[in-house]
Design a protein around this ligand. Structure first.
Ligand SMILES: [Zn+2]
Length: 256
């Protein structure tokens, strides 16, 4: 991000921008006077007071220009996780919790890695002599680990993904990677199922696609109706599997 964009960054008011828009040596002094990581910033105007040091840590000096990383990478930092711990009545400084914010941040980066993955790249086709194969290809028991977007609670289980190729095939492991790509985001199981199926249809252009997902939802089991072990089953059938009863029956038999 260059200086012009920084001028419009949401956490800096125009008054604050003038504070930063000063000769480089003075700017370095300004940055070194920032409080220690984790401390809230005060006294720089209402907007910037909401901003943690973790965010300002992402200001960089690059060949005399002020740059910063995207807010998405830095908006929720250690200080925010500490505040969350305090909000539930915990002491983030007690032994056992001191490294929890860092640990949780790394865990969420892993759980949400799907936002940085591109289904088109995953489903790049290759010619390996299997293009003539024209029967169903089905992979069962693909692990699913996702988080519901309503409670940020995990849901997990297995997926069966199949397609009837039409000249394009992908490596079997790519179906697992495709499931991971969409599961590693905030989801509802219904949309997850459809996204996997639609993505296969779009990028492989097969004659048919079938996806079945079975998951347990922690938000249902730990609260609300609180029935442990209940399984939710969703399916998406596209192309021939939607219209051809015999083909659908074959897919369902293979998916069992
Ligand atoms: Zn939920």
């Amino acid at each position: 991000m260059d200086v012009d964009v920084l001028q419009n960054a949401s956490f800096l008011s125009r008054r604050d921008w003038r504070i930063l828009h000063i000769p480089l040596p003075q700017l370095i002094i300004c940055v070194t006077l920032l409080p220690a990581p984790g401390d809230p910033i005060t006294g720089m105007g209402a907007d910037v007071s909401k901003c943690s040091v973790d965010t300002l840590d992402n200001l960089h000096l690059n060949k005399g220009k002020v740059t910063m990383t995207t807010p998405r990478d830095s908006e929720f930092g250690v200080a925010d996780w500490q505040r969350l711990l305090r909000s539930i009545g915990e002491d983030p400084e007690r032994q056992g919790l001191t490294d929890t914010p860092n640990r949780v941040a790394r865990a969420w980066a892993h759980w949400m890695r799907g936002y940085k993955q591109d289904p088109a790249t995953i489903l790049k086709t290759f010619a390996d002599g299997g293009e003539c194969y024209d029967e169903l290809i089905v992979v069962r028991q693909i692990p699913v680990y996702s988080h519901c977007e309503h409670h940020l609670a995990p849901f997990f289980g297995h997926a069966t993904v199949g397609y009837l190729p039409s000249g394009h095939i992908v490596g079997l492991s790519k179906l697992t990677r495709l499931v991971n790509c969409f599961a590693a985001r905030l989801q509802v199981q219904e949309r997850l199922t459809q996204q996997i199926a639609q993505s296969l249809l779009e990028h492989l252009q097969p004659k048919a696609v079938g996806v079945i997902i079975r998951c347990r939802h922690m938000c249902m089991e730990s609260r609300g109706i609180a029935v442990v072990g209940e399984e939710t089953v969703t399916s998406a059938m596209l192309g021939d599997l939607k219209t051809n009863a015999a083909q659908r029956a074959e897919f369902l038999a293979l998916a069992e």
